[in-house]
Design a binder for this molecule. Structure first.
Ligand SMILES: [Zn+2]
Length: 141
C-alpha cells in the first residue's frame, strides 16, 4: 500500500501590488499601504483603498509593535505540511498604527498567550524567495 504524500507548505504568491510587501519583509521591514486621500493604512495589499476607493497609495514602514487581538492555538492538524509545527498559533495582531494583520505568534509557551498581550514582529524565511512577518510576545524577545 502506498503512503499518502504529505504536501509541502504553500508559499505566498506575490502580485504586482503585493510585491513591495514581500520585498520589504526580505529586508526585515514591515510595510503596508497607506491611502494618500484619506490617510488610513491598510492590510492586505490592494490596488485601491478599502475605505475610500482611492488608487492614490503609498507604502509606509510600520514599527512592528502591536498586541494580540485574537488567537487560536492549533494542537492537531493531521496530516498536513504543518503537522510538525503543532502546537502553533494563528492570530490577528492589532498593530499600533491601527490596522490588523492575520499572522502567527512564535512562542514556546502558547498556553501563556492572552489577548491584548504586546507583541513584536519577527521575520522567518519561507522557502528561498519569501520571508514571512510573524510576531513574538515582547516579554519573550
Ligand atoms: Zn482612502
Amino acid at each position: 500500500m502506498e503512503t499518502a504524500k504529505i504536501p509541502s507548505k504553500p508559499l505566498p504568491q506575490a502580485t504586482p501590488w503585493s510585491a513591495p510587501f514581500w520585498e520589504a519583509a526580505k529586508r526585515g521591514e514591515l510595510k503596508v499601504q497607506r491611502c494618500l486621500d484619506c490617510g488610513k493604512p491598510f492590510f492586505y495589499p490592494r490596488i485601491a483603498c478599502p475605505h475610500c476607493f482611492s488608487e492614490d497609495l503609498e507604502w509606509v514602514k510600520l514599527s512592528g509593535r502591536g498586541k494580540i487581538y485574537s488567537f487560536s492555538v492549533v494542537f492537531n492538524y493531521a496530516p498536513s505540511a504543518f503537522a510538525d509545527d503543532v502546537p502553533y498559533v494563528v492570530a490577528i495582531v492589532e498593530l499600533e498604527e491601527g490596522l490588523r494583520m492575520l499572522t502567527n505568534i512564535v512562542t514556546d509557551k502558547p498556553e501563556s498567550l492572552r489577548c491584548e498581550m504586546p507583541v513584536q514582529v519577527i521575520f522567518e524565511p519561507a522557502g528561498e524567495d519569501f520571508v514571512l512577518p510573524k510576531f513574538r510576545p515582547v516579554d519573550e524577545a
